[in-house]
Structures are given as C-alpha cells and as structure tokens.
Design a protein around this ligand. Sequence first.
Ligand SMILES: NC(=O)C1=CN([C@@H]2O[C@H](COP(=O)(O)OP(=O)(O)OC[C@H]3O[C@@H](n4cnc5c(N)ncnc54)[C@H](O)[C@@H]3O)[C@@H](O)[C@H]2O)C=CC1
Ligand SMILES: Cc1cc2nc3c(=O)[nH]c(=O)nc-3n(C[C@H](O)[C@H](O)[C@H](O)COP(=O)(O)O)c2cc1C
Length: 178
Amino acid sequence: MTMATQPLAPAHCAGVEKQLFRDAMAQLGSAVNIITTDGEAGRAGFTASAVCSVTDSPPTLLVCLNRSASVYPVFQQNQVLCVNTLSDRHESLSNLFGGKTAMEQRFAAASWAPMASGSPALQGALTSFDCRVSQVASVGTHDIFFCEVIDILRSDDSHGLVYFDRRYHPLIRQKTPA
Ligand SMILES: NC(=O)C1=CN([C@@H]2O[C@H](COP(=O)(O)OP(=O)(O)OC[C@H]3O[C@@H](n4cnc5c(N)ncnc54)[C@H](O)[C@@H]3O)[C@@H](O)[C@H]2O)C=CC1
Ligand SMILES: Cc1cc2nc3c(=O)[nH]c(=O)nc-3n(C[C@H](O)[C@H](O)[C@H](O)COP(=O)(O)O)c2cc1C
C-alpha cells in the first residue's frame, strides 16, 4: 500500500542557507546508483546518491527523488523500481543519467535486462535491487520512496564508485587473503 504524507513547511529549514547545506553535504561520500523503472507510465532512469538501507525485516531501502525531475511522474505512477549500484567503470553512465539527456539516449549507452518487477537491471552493476514502492513521504522538494526489495542480483568482483566533494572516485576492493 502507498501512503503519502504532507511536505514539511520550508520554514523548518530556516537558519542554514541552501548553499551551506550543499557544501556540507558534498563532504559526505556516497555510493552512486542508477534508479530505473518500467511499467504503465513507461521507462525512465536517473542517477541518485540519496539511497539508504532502512530495515532488513522486511528488506527495505529508500530513494529520494526531486519532484521537479522530468522522471518523477514515471516513478510515481509505476510504483516499481530497480536500484543499480555503479562500479568504477560507470562514471560516464552516471553523468548521462544525471539529467537533461533524452531517455532513449540514456538507456542506449548500456545493456539492461528486466527484473521480476519489469524494472531494468544494469548489466555489470555491483548490485541491482529490484523493488516495489511500499510507502512515499514528501519532505520539502523531494519524495522519499520506501521500497521493499523483492529480488537482488550481485556481481561482487568490480571496484566501487563513490561521489565525494562533487567528484567521482574509484573505491578499490581489497582482495581477501586466501
Ligand atoms: N539528493 C539530491 O537531490 C541530489 C541532487 N544532486 C544534483 O546533482 C547536481 C550536481 O550535484 P553536486 O555536484 O553534488 O553539487 P551540489 O552543490 O548541487 O550538491 C552538493 C551536495 O548537496 C546535496 N544536494 C544537492 N542538491 C540537493 C537537493 N536538491 N536536495 C537535497 N540535497 C541536495 C547532495 O548531497 C550533493 O552531493 C545538482 O543538480 C544537484 O542538485 C546531486 C546529489 C544529490
Ligand atoms: C552524482 C549525482 C547524484 C544525484 N543524486 C540525486 C538524488 O539522490 N536524488 C535526485 O532527485 N536527484 C539526484 N541527482 C540528479 C538527478 O540525477 C537528475 O535530476 C535526474 O537525472 C533527472 O533529471 P531530468 O529532470 O533531466 O530528467 C543526482 C545527480 C548526480 C550527477
């Protein structure tokens, strides 16, 4: 079931300038993900760093999406999505899905396979979490999609990708001693 809550009033953010907030948030290193969906409203995808584990019972993660993004109505209607966590080889793909590029052009740059929900999994992603949206909360400019994970694909041998200080950085995987 999907529940929507009322957005918090902007006054709740008063006191810290937006630029100061962004400059500070830029110091939090984060994984980079391409969030995809496919369904009645069509296919769409965007880059997101605002992804977080919520609970393992039931397995749930969250994704924050700006309601002004062109992809927003598609995600809102489809109610399914796939979180594809990127490897160090995906920097240009992340930029392509980071805005302003036509959707066909975004998807043409990589190979995809549908998960059980219909959402596209990125071939070569570190991990793909196939999800059904279970709840939605609106806060300020963004919607928080709480997503129940219904299937997972993993490919653990690539290096990771971190977004930190407004730049991408490879995250080198240490080999486990035999
Ligand atoms: N949560 C979000 O909506 C994020 C959006 N972006 C978008 O990607 C572009 C490039 O971002 P950066 O190079 O990191 O420089 P930036 O100065 O726009 O953002 C710095 C940091 O602030 C946070 N942030 C930025 N815009 C935000 C928003 N509208 N709501 C909540 N948090 C936000 C993110 O943690 C981001 O890494 C911008 O257009 C930015 O809006 C990037 C990261 C997260
Ligand atoms: C590294 C990076 C991280 C981003 N993280 C988010 C995010 O967590 N949430 C979000 O709404 N937008 C995020 N964005 C911006 C969206 O990817 C972008 O607005 C989206 O592609 C929609 O663009 P469009 O309106 O041109 O379709 C991020 C962009 C980049 C480059």
